[in-house]
Design a protein around this ligand. Sequence first.
Ligand code: PEP
Ligand code: MG
Length: 347
Amino acid sequence: IVDGANGRIYLDPSEQDLASAHAHMAEQRALQERVSAQRGLPAITTDGVRIEVCANVNLPEQVPLALSQGAEGVGLMRTEFLFLERGSTPGEDEQYETYRAMAQALEGRPLIVRALDIGGDKQVAHLELPREDNPFLGVRGARLLLRRPDLLEPQMRALYRAACDGARLSVMFPMVTSVQELLALRAACERLRAELDAPVLPLGIMIEVPAAAVQADALARHADFFSIGTNDLTQYVLAMDRQNPQLAAEADSLHPAVLRMVRATVQGAATCARPVGVCGGLAGDPFGALLLAGLGVGELSMTPNDIAGVKAGLRGASLRQLQALADRALGCEDAAQVRELAKEVTA
Ligand code: PEP
Ligand code: MG
């Protein structure tokens, strides 16, 4: 018996164990069917607060499935996949077609396109970037974009051209560490926008680096929105490689240190009334989503499969309850204690 939820394997189960596992599976299936039937409804808490629930989708042809799963938009389009899944760099025209098709498939729903996040775990052989001893701490994300206008400019031009055609989209930059980087990116975007006489697009940043979370108030003066990447934020807060299987159990996004960074981000954003979303894996975890809503996050973006469960959970609680839950989680000593709180809300 493989118990994926609890990370356990039972060898040589007895007839009785098998019968109880089958009963549990049937119960889970029934629950899933109930939850799934309501996936088209908005995630409104019992005290009337709506949390926007979007999908992480990389290609236009994946949009219909995401919408059928209850997505209200796309909160993260990882554009590096246009580069990673092939042996060459897509040109400006090809990117433009893709962004336009993405917006068309969404029929006016929100779309957040992430500018190229290359480096770290996302190595692109055909770009022939210099080898780094420590790629996660190296020239990745925004740091690469600022050094490589030949990557940033065609992408931004393609996005602005799509906007000229009426695509409703926002753009965000990955791995931003400082105000200076954000200002340099904004200046480059504004120059390209003016050249094309394109509409102004909301320009946001991902919060993935502890420095950005701690300085969220300063960044909020210059960013139109934040989207927290809990996958990277967790690895940088805990100094644990997200790809190291030996650390997988400890590199837990529910660690109170990570949650405190989320809180700092929300508080910083509030100083300039900037919206905060989360597009890392924690957003798609039913309990994680409740905590994030309680911490003040207003938009959650996840793998389409996770949407129904997250929406159902949010509809079953009041924001006041979730705020109290989040406060308790912030006071926990470790991720295990935070996980214990899940029993109270899901019981
Ligand atoms: C993240 O870091 O949480 C994130 C959403 O970006 P990626 O997983 O693509 O690094
Ligand atoms: Mg990331």
